[in-house]
Design a binder for this molecule. Structure first.
Ligand code: ADP
Ligand code: SF4
Length: 689
């Protein structure tokens, strides 16, 4: 008996029973119909880690909801069943239930691949900027939609799914668009009153029940609130009314806040777990059916509290299940300190926008389950008694040392600074990024348990020292430095500054240098650092000058951009966008639009350059010159995200003493489209074969 036992109670959902309360809600993963084997292995790993329910991402039910180029799941017809069955089987093998989130995205889908007309509740532009109108669905379209949904549910059942969703959330789906006043301008029985606007959801729920309800549970994913105040749906008003209207119709309520950027809030904007409780705590009292909700839950005490207080039946998770697929097992085994906590950076979510397989800052095995065969908790033992030296304790060095330690190698980790953690530690001192320190804390906790790992601070390593130590394997993780010469995306070569100006970089700010006088932050990098420094230094009222047309464009992918730019705007910062520095003069910068035109002058005493990073190669170069074979990892290899650094460190540790020919021959497996190709393709009627 432990205080967490209730989290492992089985829960009845319609005709099926979940083995525990850990529920991986549907989440995007950049795998979808393009990478079914990767998808199956990734979801299967979560089931192995103890998640009692594991769901797909959204799954298109028809070619008229074609999300290309984003790789979602697809169940357009029965030919998609085998690919989805792979995932079901992987989840079932571990004793968990598999859920599928059927979707029609209406005007959120561009149909760029299928070129079919786009359907919506009331005529409007496509959401993705493609200059085309989505047309109002007439009654026969609605009947067709219901038929497609019913067929997809039948096919999902045949694929083996246990929980089948009707999806009305994230501002991304037709059933929600029908529900929302601002989208629904219909005058028929699907428009007007809330009851009418809820009609489509009700019909989809009833018909899915009818079609598959004998063996499958039918879940409703509903956004209760949109964080738009009176301009959108509010949990205490129509959100509550919809739950009252549908009360016991779904077998399961999966409730959250819309849109995606509000549901998957980064830690910068919501540092705490359980951010959605206030919106959804009424649901459990309004329905007799189980409720699942998310809130970046990693703390078992809070999970138990929410179950005991009758707020949640299931602990929903996307990001915590990505950062630690074995979170439930660790709680069951009382290994709470071993949980790898999500830092809320949203790098996982960014992969959806890039259309590539998911990755995670904290969990470098995420997305690599099938193509590299990685499991976060399993790693091969060492193959020799060789000793290892890891130089640098940033995310790459820490991860590399940790995995080498787990393999059983003797590891020395040497760090020049007085504290371990490198850039992860430094960046966590910036406003909003304190949760990023978990990258360091989680790893240091594990490393400190390992008798075969020796960690040294204030130890600057040079080539002589490496020779003297005689360590067989040397991993150089010396990181990168922000450039102070202006070279960046727009400026191909160093710039000259007037000597009246103090030039600082993000490294200076993170090391405690206080900028003085009139400050200009110059972002020619376009990652997250420029915008982060602007919020960090906002009290000093800096000018934010960027060659990009929006603040910190990369943060669009981490779902933060609009919130970041709104915050800076509300704080009254002077945002000078699409602007570049042409020249400098005494205490001033000459600036023009990146598109040309006249120059203007901006007063500037301190210029903070966020332009580019440069790998710290001095040690690697001198070691190579001295004849040492080294493994260069992390930012010292290629400055990138912290997620790139942890992945690089992990890969190096797994690859140690692996046969080089094996690594070179197949760095990872690829999903190939159907082989062999047919010998003839009758693509042109009448063409000679
Ligand atoms: P990464 O993201 O690749 O892990 P970081 O910049 O976070 O890189 O970390 C690099 C770390 O390496 C820093 O903490 C830095 O102090 C340390 N370092 C750099 N050069 C040396 C050296 N010669 N000896 C020991 N530590 C070093
Ligand atoms: Fe959490 Fe970041 Fe990993 Fe996503 S990428 S699960 S936000 S740590």
């Amino acid at each position: 008996m432990t205080q967490y036992d209730t989290l492992f109670d089985p829960v009845q959902v319609g005709p099926v029973t979940a083995p525990n309360r850990f529920y991986q809600v549907p989440h995007a993963c950049g795998m979808g119909h393009l990478r079914p084997q990767a998808h199956a292995a990734m979801r299967g790993t979560k089931a192995r880690g103890g998640w009692g329910v594991v769901c797909t991402e959204e799954c298109e039910i028809h070619p008229s909801t074609d999300l290309s180029p984003y790789p979602e799941q697809r169940l357009w017809d029965e030919r998609d069943i085998p690919a989805l069955s792979l995932m079901v089987d992987a989840v079932h093998r571990e004793g968990s239930l598999a859920g599928i989130e059927l979707v029609h995205n209406g005007h959120m889908s561009g149909n760029l691949y299928t070129r079919l007309p786009v359907l919506t509740v009331s005529e409007r532009q496509l959401a993705d900027g493609y200059p085309k109108m989505a047309r109002t669905m007439d009654k026969s379209d609605i009947r067709e939609l219901r038929r497609w949904h019913r067929t997809a549910a039948r096919n999902a059942k045949q694929a083996g799914f246990n929980i089948i969703y009707v999806y009305a959330g994230h501002e991304m789906t037709l059933p929600q668009h029908f529900l929302l006043n601002r989208y629904n301008q219909r005058t028929d029985e699907y428009g007007g009153s809330l009851e009418n606007r809820t009609r489509l959801i009700r019909e989809l729920l009833e018909e899915t029940q009818e079609e598959v309800g004998d063996t499958c549970a039918v879940a409703l994913r509903l956004a209760l609130d949109e964080n738009l105040g009176a301009g959108g749906m509010q949990a205490q008003d129509e959100g509550r009314a919809v739950v009252e209207l549908l009360a016991d119709l779904p077998d399961l309520w999966d409730v959250n806040v819309s849109d995606w950027t509000n549901d998957t809030l980064s830690s910068r904007f919501e540092p705490n777990e359980g951010a959605q409780v206030d919106y959804m705590s009424f649901v459990r009292q309004t329905t007799g059916k189980p409720v699942v909700g998310v809130g970046r839950y990693s703390s078992p005490d809070l999970m138990v509290k929410l179950v005991r207080e009758g707020v949640l039946d299931f602990i929903g998770a996307a990001r915590p299940s990505i950062a630690d697929p074995y979170l439930p097992t660790k709680i069951r085994e009382g290994r709470i300190d071993d949980i790898r906590e999500c830092i809320g950076c949203n790098i996982c979510a960014s992969c959806e926008g890039f259309g590539v397989p998911i990755r995670c800052t904290q969990n470098p095995t995420m997305g690599e389950e099938w193509r590299r065969g990685w499991d976060p908790e399993v790693i091969d033992s060492k193959v020799s008694d060789a000793s290892c030296l890891v130089v640098g304790s940033g995310p790459a060095g820490l991860e590399c040392a940790l995995q080498l330690g787990r393999r059983g190698y003797d590891v020395t980790l040497a760090e020049a600074r007085s504290e371990l953690g490198g850039r992860a530690l430094l960046e966590s001192t910036l406003k909003g990024l304190s949760p990023w320190k978990r990258v360091v804390d989680n790893r240091l906790y594990e490393l400190s348990q390992m008798p075969n790992v020796y960690m040294f601070t204030e130890s600057t390593v040079d080539a002589d020292m490496v020779t003297e130590l005689g360590t067989e394997h040397v991993f150089v993780a010396t990181g990168a430095t922000w450039r102070n010469d202006g070279t960046g995306r727009t400026h191909y070569a160093p710039m000259n500054w007037h000597k009246s100006q103090e030039i600082l970089t993000p490294d200076d700010i993170m090391n405690g240098v206080q900028p003085q006088g009139r400050i200009v932050i110059y972002d020619d990098d376009h990652g997250y650092m420029g915008g982060t420094l602007a919020t960090h230094l906002a009290d000093l009222n800096p000018v934010f000058l960027s060659t990009a047309s929006i603040v910190a464009p990369f943060t669009t992918f981490t779902l933060e951009q609009d919130k970041l730019q709104s915050e800076l705007t509300e704080r009254g910062l002077d945002l000078q966008l699409s602007a570049k520095i042409c020249d400098t003069e005494k205490n001033a910068l000459m600036v023009s639009s990146v598109y040309g035109g006249t120059t203007r002058t901006i007063p500037c005493d301190t210029l903070i350059l966020v332009t580019a990073r440069q790998a710290n190669m001095a040690l690697a170069t001198s070691l190579r010159e001295a004849g040492h074979a080294i493994d260069l990892i992390g930012d010292a290899l290629a400055p990138g995200l912290i997620a790139d650094a942890t992945h690089s460190g992990h890969l190096a540790a797994r690859s140690l003493e692996e046969s080089p020919s094996k690594i070179a021959a197949a760095p990872f497996r690829r999903e190939m489209t159907e082989r062999p190709y047919p010998q003839t393709t009758p693509y042109l009627k009448g063409a000679a074969e």
